[in-house]
Write a protein that binds this ligand. Sequence first.
Ligand code: M6R
Length: 359
Amino acid sequence: QKDGFRFFMEKEIYEQSNVVSDCMLGRIQDEEILFDEIDSSIIEGINEIKICACGTSYHAGLTASYLFERLAKVRCNVVIASEFRYKEPLLTKDTLFIVISQSGETADTLEALKMAKNAGLKTLVVCNVDNSSMTRLADHTILTRAGIEKGVASTKAFSTQTVVLWMLSLYFAKQNDKISKETLQKEIHALREVPKSLIVSDKMHEKTKRLSKRYLHGHGFFFIGRDVFFPLALEGALKLKEISYLHAEGYPAGEMKHGPIALADPELFTIALMPENLLYDKIKSNVEELSARDSTICTISPLEFELSDDFIKTQKTDHYMLEFFEMLVVLQLLSMEISVRLGNDVDMPRNLAKSVTVE
Ligand code: M6R
């Protein structure tokens, strides 16, 4: 069943380009986004979107919050489901409540969904498993069509969730008349290119294998990025933690000087996400600060950066989300190769279960 791949995780990383194409099939027509599962009534009277999820699905939600505000001009906040449950959240009926879950069974997310339903909110689940507890409960379901995901470390679930949420932000933007024709065209053009950005090249995989030798020891990793590359940094750090058991933290790059930079030394590895199309100069100056404090720097970027110790070159594109998806693949491969080198069980990391159905 691994189709010649060493691990399910590896197979699922390689599958991403195809499953994302499936996920978009029929949902992009000419210059329009269409979802058969929903209609425009879903956003009537909505002034805010609240997203609830756990783990990797939470990272997809955080990514989406930038897209909903930027493209659809709708207020969006994101809460970790286990926090949402007990914070006595204020829920108003002008809020669309979105839960994101690969399995549709995560206990905390399911409970959050029940709370929103009980409060009379419109609810939507972005899910990979049809007929799961969440799809049965939510008013609306959008399926991510990623196929069965076996590796405990989520990969293709995240890329498909992010693509669905990006499409949804454009759908809302169009329905609410918040996006110009040109911008919509540009976004749709970029969406169509996502499968290409997710293709794993031999060169990229070899590079991550080679680098994995170097990034095994030391006292930890910072993954840093700005804007949507901040949730991507969180996702990169989570991937590394869960399958390599190395300490890693994801940070918004601009936060480093508010404390974490005190940890910088050569044994502290910084993985910097440096997209060309979004805030390049800002992240560059954050990386310069870390380099000046002797952190070992690995940059992932289409642009070479003189201060980096290691450099993973990504393709030049004209949209930051295409950079996002290619960097995602790099981060997934890097954590997998580090885990392999450490002799860990890539698909079934210690202490973890694929689906967390208890609180
Ligand atoms: O099935 P869900 O998307 O609700 O699961 C949520 C998390 O448990 C899950 O994303 C977890 O963080 C992954 N193992 C991360 O790779």
